[in-house]
Design a binder for this molecule. Sequence first.
Ligand code: PLP
Length: 452
Amino acid sequence: MPAVPADDPRRRIPRTDHLLGLPEVQAAAGSMSRGVVASLVRAVQDRARQGQIPPEQVEPELLATLAARAPASLRPVLNATGVIVHTNLGRAPLSEAARRALLDAAGYADVEFDLATGARSRRGVGARAALLAACPGAQDALVVNNGAAALVLATTALAAPGPTSDRPREVIVARGELIEIGAGFRLPDLIASTGARLREVGTTNRTHLADYAEAIGPNTACVLKIHASNYRITGFTAEASIAELHGLCADAGIPLLADLGSGLLRPDPTLPDEPDLETALRAGADAVIASGDKLLGGPQAGLLLGTTELIARLSRHPLARAVRADKLALAALEATLSGADAPVARFLHTDAPALRARTEAFAARAGLGADAVVAHDGRVGGGGGAEVPLPGWALALPEQLAGALRIGSPAVVATVRDGACLIDLRCIEESDEDTLLGAIEAARDAVSRDAS
Ligand SMILES: *Cc1c(COP(=O)(O)O)cnc(C)c1O
């Protein structure tokens, strides 16, 4: 390495042991690993070595970085898109009750322990009881890691080769229900990956009860009905209902599973075409599968609700242990089910005229008139309600603000459409409006600074 001349400013860069010895750095090291602290020190020194900051700036910059540093890299986002179950933004935001439950469960908790007797207890009894109270049509419930895990567990336990049968058995599914959901995730591939054999029946647009009846044979493990949660087949279509399939499956002595995806507990007039768990169970599904973080509005979880016999069979399978829900998810799920309306339900049932009035008032606070408020449909998003527009309103800001809002603090994600940056308040809590206004002002400042 070439010697650094005596008058080079780089000689004034504070040394590592000096920086590590600063009281603020010592304090920060209490909540951060040594490795992280060391890499932050090195990064600031490097900026000075490369001349990006003067040596005198190293210490203040390091302290500012440490003060601003969150314990994890996930950053909170204000969702101004109007898309309620936004897959890229973590799906359902949790209710206040669920957030509290997460904190309560974060340390040691009686997740498998009966405090009254001191004996070991069944895991997740509280979440199970809350699910059964919410869905009286179910006899028993099991919570696993996510919807995909629930599907894998069910098809593995019923149809994969294993201890009781060395050849794969068939899962009968209608062709029009073999869907791909986000990020190239295909349900038929998932089912095939378990070793079960997929038996497709019907055609893309029409499947009749007779198609299922013809396919059922000695090697049938179950019939699986999948809700096409993210698209719709319209026009000349036909499908067999759960009630019809129930009759067929009961006669054949095979279980009927329904993967409903969205996790809607009961019928909701806002989403007339969305199937719900209670109705599917009452219509005769032996087990229903759903996600916890879609329309149910809870944490990531896979829910299996159904008959005592079938849920016991799935719970006993070794794979159940590999896909079990963690204590945080169990706590948040129970709190979501037994608490007041979760944010997802409130956002879904937002009244359009009230949203308009709220958006106009917000526009005024941002120094804009009512003409900046435009019609903007909200969406359910990745959780269901395919294609159903939710009538609403948004504030139209200059398009250039979108990028500045995204990288601001807090980050605000908006929609860019027709040359405007649209701020939809549907999924913004009223208590976050001041923060949002501050973020918009900061983004305006950043954009005008860049322009000048
Ligand atoms: C979302 C969805 C799944 C997957 O659930 P995850 O909780 O995302 O694993 C499975 N089936 C259907 C019909 C879905 O909509």
